[in-house]
Design a protein around this ligand. Sequence first.
Ligand SMILES: NC(=O)c1ccc[n+]([C@@H]2O[C@H](COP(=O)([O-])OP(=O)(O)OC[C@H]3O[C@@H](n4cnc5c(N)ncnc54)[C@H](OP(=O)(O)O)[C@@H]3O)[C@@H](O)[C@H]2O)c1
Length: 340
Amino acid sequence: MPMPDQRYSRREAIAVGVATAIAVTQAGAALAAASAGEAADSAAGKNAGAADKAVGINTRAIPSTGERLPVVGLGTNNYSPATPEERAARLAVVEQLPQLGGAVIDTAPAYRQSETVLGELMAEIGNRERIFLASKVTAADGDRAKGVAMLEESFRRLRTGRIDLMQVHNLMGVDVMLPVLAQWKQAGRIRYVGITTSNASQYPEMLAAMRKHTLDFIQVDYSIANRGAAEAILPLAKERGQAVLINMPFGGRRDGNVFRHVAGKALPDWAQEIEAASWGQFLLKYVVSHPAVTCAIPGMTRTSHLEDNLGALRGPLPDAAFRRRMEALWDDGIMAGDAE
Ligand SMILES: NC(=O)c1ccc[n+]([C@@H]2O[C@H](COP(=O)([O-])OP(=O)(O)OC[C@H]3O[C@@H](n4cnc5c(N)ncnc54)[C@H](OP(=O)(O)O)[C@@H]3O)[C@@H](O)[C@H]2O)c1
């Protein structure tokens, strides 16, 4: 059964949705009135938490501070638009994310134009202060100076004085960069520190780094079709008090994408019990209901996907028994059906 304390009727959900939108908008307006630049940037985290103060949004606390984040954000590894139309579509996604109750945006220098495009879009829209901004850094060959130069470049491209979360990308240079990130955190230029992976071959190294270092966040791949992280990484994050971002919650953009397995298949009736109205919401609610997960960051370049996925911010989340039912459907229904 869904978690009872988070259950409410669809009419209430709609009312709550409206209240949330108003509250978030008011928070945005208040912040817009604050002095520009650094002051607005420093308010970003508080503003991300504003979504929680509005009733009805599913949020999770960052263990190291208690600050709450909406459980669905945005991944931007496909934010290098080739045409004005593609850029306009991404602008609409970045604009609507906080309007629909989301806050987290994940990017990286490795994602081609992503940081530059995001910096431009947030400046154009004027919503930097409503975003919980996460980027990444690497120290190629353990070269600290290269890592520091990359950090400076991220601030320039993202056009901000403060980045909410800075993560060591794919564990490249963890021992070299974490002390640097600790200093930058101390200086107030970044608010949280983390490490990422999206490959099971790195899990042993990831687990070792999680045990060795004090981390605010980890980021790992996890979906209903890819549950390896639940074996050791997610339990260790919970035990160590590390917030968790989930990358590739739909199995990634390419061959692993889960939507090809559900195309043309009806949602089960019991999806209504968690108010999942689409496969996107069903699959995201599975991911974010893991007790260790803080926020999933699906890649989205069109507003139809954003509107669909941010529906998972509302309504009940599955409990353990319901999650097992979802897994059984995936393993014995969807995937078994595909194999026939
Ligand atoms: N090692 C790392 O640190 C690492 C590795 C991989 C990814 N990441 C991060 O995680 C983010 C998410 O991963 P990902 O983007 O590779 O994969 P993903 O989130 O699993 O899948 C994204 C794909 O699903 C599509 N999609 C999204 N919502 C949908 C919906 N409701 N219905 C149908 N299709 C939908 C997107 O289409 P549209 O684009 O057309 O909307 C896109 O093609 C990345 O963007 C990146 O920020 C980090």
